[in-house]
Design a protein around this ligand. Structure first.
Ligand SMILES: Nc1ncnc2c1ncn2[C@@H]1O[C@H](COP(=O)(O)OP(=O)(O)O)[C@@H](O)[C@H]1O
Ligand SMILES: [Mg+2]
Length: 142
């Protein structure tokens, strides 16, 4: 028997807000199939919706047929979700944690993603899109 076999699902969806729900539903189905509990699935749904919204709002070149991608990879102990676009990207240094003592609208998406997921990696270069890779472990939080 092959141990830790990788199951992979790839989506390519139009850069339109109405498709965020499609990605959330797909995530729910995959995560419950793997055996995640409802609480972790809800956390992942919020995190993935934020990443998709960013890909649509900030990562789209605004071409009519613009798309972005979501990869789901599971290996029996964790689910890795990568959301990536080929939009304008940004300098990672310019993304700062919000000052929670001085709340303002916006600028919370990545902060929320980092607080809900177990591990988050962001790669981006100006002009070369962005990739946000998020991991949730099936077992107790590490
Ligand atoms: N996919 C993306 N492509 C380019 N820039 C991005 C992307 N995602 C996030 N960013 C940059 O990171 C910043 C912080 O994102 P976020 O925390 O979600 O806040 P908000 O979306 O409300 O501005 C954005 O304002 C944007 O400059
Ligand atoms: Mg955002």
């Amino acid at each position: 028997m092959i141990e830790n076999q990788l199951d992979e699902v790839k989506l390519s969806v139009p850069s339109k807000p109405e498709y965020v729900g499609v990605v959330r539903l797909t995530l729910s189905a995959i995560a419950s199939r793997i055996g995640f509990d409802v609480e972790k699935i809800e956390d992942m749904k919020v995190a993935v919706a934020e990443a998709c919204t960013n890909a649509i709002m900030h990562g789209c070149r605004c071409a009519k047929d613009s798309k972005f991608n979501i990869d789901f990879v599971s290996n029996g102990e964790k689910l890795t979700i990568s959301v990536y676009d080929d939009g304008k990207g940004c300098e990672l240094e310019s993304i700062q944690d919000p000052n929670l003592n001085e709340p303002k609208e916006g600028g919370l998406g990545i902060f929320i993603i980092k607080s809900l997921m177990d591990q988050v990696d962001i790669e981006s270069e100006e002009g070369k899109g962005m990739m946000i890779k998020m991991i949730k472990y099936l077992g107790d939080d590490i």
